[in-house]
Design a protein around this ligand. Structure first.
Ligand code: NAD
Ligand code: GLY
Length: 358
């Protein structure tokens, strides 16, 4: 098991990554000073697979455990589901000190985190991510949210977990498409912050996709460190943290215009390539980087081209994106592999041309 400390002053916490961690979570919560009641929030698919070993470990550590299950899927990330969970928490007399454990992918992490941030003005929460995306990205950094109307993650709070426990063994049951989705975020982190990781992925993608345990553990740890390094400098996304949105300006628009048929990771993969092409057209990035990026993304089982879509409509959606500041579109641009910066000065005609080119 490897540990990464995320240094955020009084909100600091540890991320523990390794095989067999699920069963140890109860013991670790005890060591952190928690006792009495603990609540697990999970989805129906993850419940069947992993609630039992987590619950067993918690009970062995002396906790009185309640498990609340919501159906799987992004559609559950709503204020309605949060309401159901508030009712469940009050029914079992959860208190301000009752830890809420989010067991699942990013949907459960965001939803349970939001519930924990708001129930009784905040109860402690623990992230137990079971998708690669949740391990390398969503469980770390304290962004919690639900969707509202047609807007994703629009109601939420920055609220840090007390502990993150990533049990690599859980990735064995992950559908291939979800592994690819997580790899999208891994490639993103490498592209913006870590040249060595990018080269490592170029050499080792087969091992990753074959779920080699040691490789996966090291990749998760590296990604947690990359994200922690950014979040430690800019917890509330007032500047630097925006670089984590590389590929997301175009990605969100493509995802929305596909009617959410494209998964987030697929849309971000397409977005990363498009945004790299924008940087090439602006003379900031060498063309060779686009080729390397495309190859890596394809090897991870993700798309690189914008599907048949109206570039004008994509531009329109980008105009409504959260990343619009004072009427200007903001892009995260690559300078080279491992180096990114935020630019609010991208010519919209050039963007539309790149989007029309696919
Ligand atoms: P998800 O939570 O929907 O999980 C994907 C699917 O995999 C679900 O059907 C789930 O039941 C299943 N699953 C989970 N773990 C499994 C396992 N080990 N074995 C088999 N099946 C398993 O999706 P996700 O990709 O993990 O997360 C996407 C969400 O994360 C989105 O809502 C997105 O907005 C959010 N997100 C948040 C942040 C953040 O910083 N908070 C960052 C990125 C994404
Ligand atoms: N996933 C981007 C962030 O956490 O800021």
């Amino acid at each position: 098991m490897q540990k990464v400390k995320v240094n955020l002053g009084v909100n600091s916490y540890e991320v523990r990554v390794g095989s067999g961690c699920l069963a140890l979570t109860g013991k670790w919560l005890g060591e952190l000073g928690y006792s009495g009641k603990a609540v697990i929030i999970t989805d129906a698919s993850v419940n069947k697979l992993y609630a039992a070993p987590l619950e067993k470990g918690l009970k062995e550590a002396g906790f009185d455990v309640d498990v609340f299950t919501v159906p799987a899927g992004e559609e559950q990330k709503t204020l309605g589901s949060a309401g159901v969970l508030y009712d469940a928490l009050s029914r079992v007399n959860a208190e301000r000190i009752t830890p809420v454990i989010a067991l699942g992918g990013g949907v459960i992490g965001d939803l349970a985190g939001f519930v924990a941030a708001t129930y009784m003005r905040g109860v402690p929460y623990i992230q137990v991510p079971t998708t690669l995306l949740a391990m390398v990205d969503s469980s770390n950094g304290g962004k919690t949210a639900v969707d509202h109307g047609s807007l994703k993650n629009v109601v939420g709070a920055f609220y840090q977990p007390k502990l993150v426990v990533a049990d690599i063994d859980t990735l064995r049951t992950l559908p291939a498409i979800e592994l690819s989705n997580g790899m999208g975020e891994v490639i993103k982190h490498a592209a913006i912050k870590d040249k060595e990781l990018f080269t490592f992925l170029e050499k080792n993608m087969k091992k990753v996709m074959a779920l080699d345990e040691e490789t996966l553990e090291n990749i998760v740890v590296k990604n947690v460190r990359i994200k922690a390094g950014v979040v430690e400098k800019d917890e509330k996304e007032t500047g630097l943290r925006m670089i984590l949105n590389y590929g997301h300006t175009v990605g969100h628009a493509v995802e929305a215009l596909s009617g959410f048929k494209l998964k987030h990771g697929q849309a971000v993969a397409i977005g990363m390539v498009a945004e790299a092409k924008i940087a090439v057209r602006m003379g900031i990035l060498e063309t060779g980087v686009v080729n390397r990026l495309e190859k890596l993304i394809q090897e991870a089982g993700l798309p690189v081209r914008i599907p048949e879509m109206d570039a004008g409509k994509l531009m329109q959606i980008m105009g409504h994106d959260k990343k619009v500041r004072q009427g200007k579109l903001t892009f995260v641009l690559l300078k080279s592999v491992g180096k990114a910066f935020i630019s609010g000065d991208v010519d919209s005609t050039l963007v539309e041309e790149v989007l029309a080119g696919g």
